[in-house]
Design a protein around this ligand. Structure first.
Ligand code: SAM
Length: 490
């Protein structure tokens, strides 16, 4: 079923041109190939190459042999966001997603925010993700983006006295052995908002320059309307945090466009002709990193929730479309300015497809918690030290209950990983090793991989039956043609 929105009708030619795969739009596949080669060299992951796999579009191929459990590559996210409700449980760098502060602050802050009654509800009729849905060190494809989830469970816990919480928060209380788990100090947002925190000045500056200056709600925000921005954020928090990710992708494109334009202008004597309306190549160049993702309109690719009857599909998709337009309208008021006017239309149109791209390509962002490591360390101490330490730590552990192990959870788009095709007999997996403590995706070999072989991961639980696998992959918009499925096909 094809739903046409008013913007689509007015601009069908422009949509067609912007949605064309980069291989066609940039005239030759060489340009796309060049883009990936530069990315691979920047990421220092020379063991792989992105090329056409002949059957399913692009794929990632081994350029060298890999042994079982060897790291194949690490991929830096292009855009990512922590789930709003997870922000209560885990204080992480808003740019690289490393845990920050101290073990005491991580624990104290959770209780403090909960006593203030700060919580972000999850809507769309979906229950929030329980933390045990994703194994601590395993990345999972994030196709259920209607879940804002990742909030803590309210399992039976024993409350803490306010004074104990305050002493953790203000640094008066030092928990035994917490110095074995040092975390970077908290750097505040340069724009003055109280929502973004960093592990270093470098991360704060990189986030500001790439995304945050337009999305910051603080005094130094460069958005056109902080009121509209607050409304946009509230709407996303209450409906679907995929809109926050799309906003980051749009800010990233606008800011890149401004940089290209400034550098172009500084090189040109005659500046009059350098506006986007006459030089769309600048917008295309700015848009390139996002353009490589596999895209469809969001309301077409979102899977139909189990509790919605097939006969109501049209109404459901109509409602989803309305939700996206409301979000986009709020975002336009918040961040689009006169300078960017010529590209507003293109970005508005593409926003819908950007959201669809996140729906199809995203990985869960998972970073293991040092609070969990801390309590495991205490548990592993020799008997007498453990008994002594637990006199202090046990009330905190009892108060945290099962939530002590909640990891940082969010959703992110990784440009190289998004080129990896699925197989029900994969040779690699997205897996966090002990040392992987930030928001990068880590791809590890499941068995020896030979030079020239395609590197594949499984988007689903590959141990399910043939029918169950096809049903799950249908939500990703394709019928699997991996060797195992071709073999098992009735
Ligand atoms: C995350 S993208 C992978 C990269 C993609 N091949 C590209 O060109 O951008 C997922 C898409 O690749 C294709 N694909 C991946 N694995 C497949 C498989 N085992 N069988 C059929 N199509 C597959 C499907 O079109 C799917 O929607």
């Amino acid at each position: 079923m094809e739903l046409i929105c008013p913007i689509d009708q007015r601009c069908s030619d422009q949509i067609t041109s912007l949605l064309r795969p980069p291989s066609v739009r940039f005239c030759t596949f060489i340009k796309t190939q060049e883009y990936f080669e530069q990315l691979i060299s920047k990421r220092r992951c020379q063991g792989i190459k992105v090329k056409q796999n002949g059957e399913f579009g692009k794929g990632v191929f081994a350029e060298t042999d890999f042994e079982e459990e060897e790291l194949v590559f690490k991929d830096q996210m292009l855009v990512g966001a922590q789930h709003p409700s997870n922000k209560i449980d885990c204080l992480v760098c808003s740019y690289c997603f490393k845990f920050i502060g101290s073990i005491e602050q991580q624990i104290g802050r959770r209780f403090y925010l909960k006593t203030l009654g700060i919580g972000i509800s999850s809507h769309n009729g979906c229950e929030s993700n329980s933390s045990d849905e994703v194994e601590d060190n395993e990345f999972a494809y994030n196709h259920r983006s209607e879940q804002n989830g990742a909030s803590s469970s309210s399992s039976s816990t024993i409350p803490l006295p306010t004074m104990a919480v305050e002493s953790l928060m203000n640094g008066e209380m030092a928990l035994p052995y917490s110095n074995k788990f040092p975390l970077p100090s908290i750097i505040l947002c340069p724009g003055g908002c109280e929502e973004a925190f960093y592990c270093s000045k470098l991360c704060a500056e990189a986030d500001w320059d790439s995304f945050h200056c337009l999305l910051c709600t603080g005094e130094k925000s460069e958005s056109c309307s902080r009121d509209a921005l607050l409304k946009f954020i509230q709407h996303a928090n209450e409906t679907n945090d995929i809109f926050l990710l799309a906003a980051k992708a749009i800010s990233f494109t606008i800011l890149r466009y401004r940089k290209f334009k400034a550098s172009h202008l500084s090189k040109q004597e005659n500046t009059a002709s350098i506006i986007l309306g006459t030089d769309p190549s600048l917008l295309l160049e700015a848009w390139k990193p996002i353009s490589i993702g596999h895209k469809r309109r969001w309301w077409d690719c979102i899977s139909l929730p189990d509790d919605i009857d097939a006969s109501d599909e049209g109404t459901f998709r109509g409602q989803i479309r309305e939700l996206a337009f409301t979000s986009l309208q709020l975002l336009k008021e918040a961040i689009f300015d006169k300078e960017c006017e010529p590209c507003i239309l293109s970005l508005s149109i593409n926003a819908i497809n950007i959201i669809g791209m996140f729906e199809l390509n995203n990985l869960d962002l998972v970073v293991a918690s040092p609070v969990e490591d801390y309590f495991l360390y205490i548990d592993d101490l020799p008997h007498s030290e453990k008994k002594e330490a637990e006199k202090i730590t046990q009330p905190y552990l009892d108060a945290l209950g099962e939530d002590y192990s909640i990891c940082c959870q969010g959703t992110a788009f990784f440009p190289l990983q998004s080129c990896m095709n699925h197989s029900c007999c994969p040779n690699a997996k997205a897996f966090k090793r002990e040392e992987d403590r930030d928001g990068q995706a880590t791809i590890v070999a499941l068995r020896p991989i030979c030079k020239g072989e395609e590197v594949t991961i499984s988007y689903i639980d590959e141990d399910l039956s043939f029918e169950e696998r096809q049903a799950l992959l249908a939500d990703y918009g394709f019928r699997c043609r991996c060797p195992k499925c071709l073999d098992e096909e009735p």
